[in-house]
Design a protein around this ligand. Structure first.
Ligand SMILES: [Zn+2]
Ligand SMILES: [Zn+2]
Length: 168
């Protein structure tokens, strides 16, 4: 599936991909790609612009958006539009993966399973649809928020016990 191939593209391929489109691989484009590729988190355009401030200040937000959207079009960056918050960009550099979103803290975690498998692609094809790409987003509570939930439950129980003692 070419989905996987696309996601394995790295900085080296950026040159040839841009060249195929008649575009130049400017230092600005290289840097923006590296920022997204090297980040363990999924970044918004604003995050990327903030990170550019140190090395290449003065790049406008619309330029950052345009560059990230170009990368998405080239298939080397994935655009993740979640129900809440800004669009996030992810290189999926290591391998294709799915995402888990915490409903409490809003953090996004990678999950090492294929976001689209061949059966999904075949099912779509049965309805005459040709799949280019796909996302799998699982929603729930992260480990930290689950632990926090347990702690506040314990505190609530302790508070109630104290109240009962006072009343007794
Ligand atoms: Zn959480
Ligand atoms: Zn990811």
């Amino acid at each position: 599936m070419d989905l996987e191939l696309k996601e394995r593209h790295g900085v080296r391929d950026l040159d040839s991909l841009l060249h195929d489109r008649g575009l130049r691989n400017t230092p600005q484009r290289q840097l923006i790609y590296r920022i997204v590729a090297s980040s363990p988190q999924h970044l918004s355009a604003v995050d990327v612009q903030q990170r550019l401030e140190d090395t290449m200040p003065g790049i406008s937000l619309p330029t950052v958006y345009a560059t990230l959207d170009l990368f998405a079009e080239l298939g080397i960056v994935r655009k993740m539009a979640l129900a809440e918050g800004p669009v996030l960009y992810d290189t999926g550099q290591r391998h294709p993966h799915a995402h888990m979103v915490c409903r409490q803290c809003g953090r996004i975690f990678d999950l090492d399973i294929l976001p689209v498998n061949d059966a999904d692609v075949a099912a779509a094809a049965n309805q005459g649809f040709q799949v280019d790409s796909g996302d799998l987003v699982l929603h729930g509570l992260c480990a930290d928020c689950q632990a926090r939930g347990r702690i506040s439950a314990v505190n609530a129980v302790t508070a109630v016990t104290k109240e009962q003692r006072k009343a007794a």
